[in-house]
Design a binder for this molecule. Structure first.
Ligand SMILES: [Zn+2]
Length: 432
């Protein structure tokens, strides 16, 4: 019912999305009144100004997170998304800060998650300008720390009202009833032989690293530079990438290494180098409709005195990770290494028969004229941070997943389709 309005907004929507993508909102050093750096702050101000120009009430909470709201009523529906991005990375064939090419908008954040959130803003504008009545308020919540720890949502929860239900347009369609839990752990090894001069790979633990480097310095004074290249992907779908750390570790095994460094390389190649399902680490589990464990070696850091690798592990609902982690500790100990669990987030499960999941499933089916069942994913979204929120869009089944990769884009037809689906979903949830 909002299609005609959204079509009218098309040019403005594209222009405003490009404006938001032009702001490099990767996390930076904290500054005065910019807790996540200047980029995230600027993207938030830009978007709240845009919301205000459309006539919505807005609020900025310490430049960490903000919202735009429309309607009246004692209850509120929340649409939760983010304006921060992962690092631009290299290898782009288009401008990483925004380029219109044919019917595609390229740039970091076009799909994750600026495109969907600027789209949601235009969806809310369509609701407002259609003059339809709403029983509940609709609030678009714009976070700026989704890629780096959700401190923004913690700030929101300190003082702000929670939605009765809602969605986050930051994953896949049709609708996601379950998300795996997230565990980050580190395997480290102190070194005293001095052969390793440096080792470095990865930009974020939740990305499959595309480049890994190491420098060896032998007792006779010779030096050896090692480098391996892989293919980046999101850590929740590690099989779509090629891990550069795994390749580097295989190269390292060919050298005459001191015992301490060799133990680390052996551990990696034996327990983590050849698969991404966690079996060799002792944590391989499959929980049916909730999915199976995935493991990604995301970061490698080393110098003369130590070497450490950090893993991102996604585990399904039904698994007690803390208990299973003992097996990782035992494996590491058997190589003389130490395993440390650094972060643990529980899985999410909103039953398939709940009003929220059923309503979003029906809207998706009606808007796309396709049959669709709710799905489970490995990615952790904002849905985990508040009760009764599920991930809904923006990626359609079968669509290229370019999130966190070079040449990230959203097509204009998909941007408009997303905007239409979200407008309908906001409207129906507000009146459900
Ligand atoms: Zn995202």
């Amino acid at each position: 019912m909002f299609e005609a309005k959204i079509q009218e907004y098309k040019d403005d929507l594209i222009k405003d999305l490009l404006g938001c993508v032009a702001i490099n909102s990767v996390r930076g050093a904290a500054g005065p009144e910019a807790p996540f750096g200047p980029g995230p702050r600027e993207a938030l101000e830009y978007t709240l100004n845009l919301a205000e120009s459309m006539g919505f009430r807005t609020c900025n909470l310490d430049n960490m997170i903000g919202y735009a709201e429309y309607g009246e009523g004692s209850e509120m529906i929340g649409i939760l998304g983010h304006l921060d991005v992962v690092p631009l990375g290299g290898g782009w064939d288009h401008a990483p800060l925004g380029e219109l090419c044919g019917d595609r908008i390229y740039g970091r954040g076009t799909l994750d998650d600026k495109g969907p959130m600027i789209g949601a803003l235009y969806g809310l504008r369509a609701i407002k300008e259609s003059g339809v009545s709403l029983k509940r308020r609709i609030r678009l919540i714009f976070g700026t720390n989704e890629e780096n720890g959700d401190e923004d949502v913690d700030r929101y929860k300190e003082t702000e009202e929670l939605p009765v239900m809602g969605f986050t347009p930051d994953a896949d369609y049709p609708v996601i009833f379950s998300e795996k839990g997230l565990a980050c752990f580190r395997i480290e090894c102190p070194l005293d032989s001095g052969v390793l001069a440096a080792a470095d790979a990865g930009e974020a633990v939740n990305q499959v690293p595309a480049l890994a480097k190491a420098k060896l310095r032998f007792a006779d004074g010779t030096e050896k530079q090692l480098e391996s290249r892989g293919k980046s992907a999101h850590a929740s779908t590690p099989w779509e990438g090629e891990n550069a750390i795994a390749k580097l570790m295989k190269q390292l095994a060919d050298y005459q290494l001191p015992e301490d460094l060799m133990a680390f390389v052996d551990f990696f190649n034996t327990c983590a180098g050849s698969q991404t399902d966690g079996h060799d680490l002792g944590i391989g589990r499959d929980e049916g409709k909730f999915g199976a464990v995935t493991v990604n070696a995301g970061l490698l850091k080393g110098d003369e005195r130590h070497i450490a690798v950090s893993f991102d592990c996604r585990y399904p609902y039904g698994m007690d990770f803390k208990e299973d982690f003992q097996k990782v500790e035992e494996k590491a100990a058997s190589f003389g290494l130490h395993a440390k669990l650094e972060r643990l987030e529980q899985p999410l499960y909103v039953p398939e028969e709940s009003v929220l999941v059923r309503t979003l499933q029906r809207i998706y089916q009606e808007q796309t004229q396709t049959e669709a069942e709710p799905i489970a994913i490995g990615g952790g979204t904002y849905a985990k941070t508040m009760e009764n929120i599920v991930a809904f869009g923006p990626i359609f089944p079968g669509q290229d997943n370019v999130i966190h990769q070079k040449n990230e884009y959203i097509s204009i037809p998909n941007l408009l389709k997303n905007t239409r689906i979200m407008a309908q979903a906001m409207y129906e949830l507000a009146n459900a």
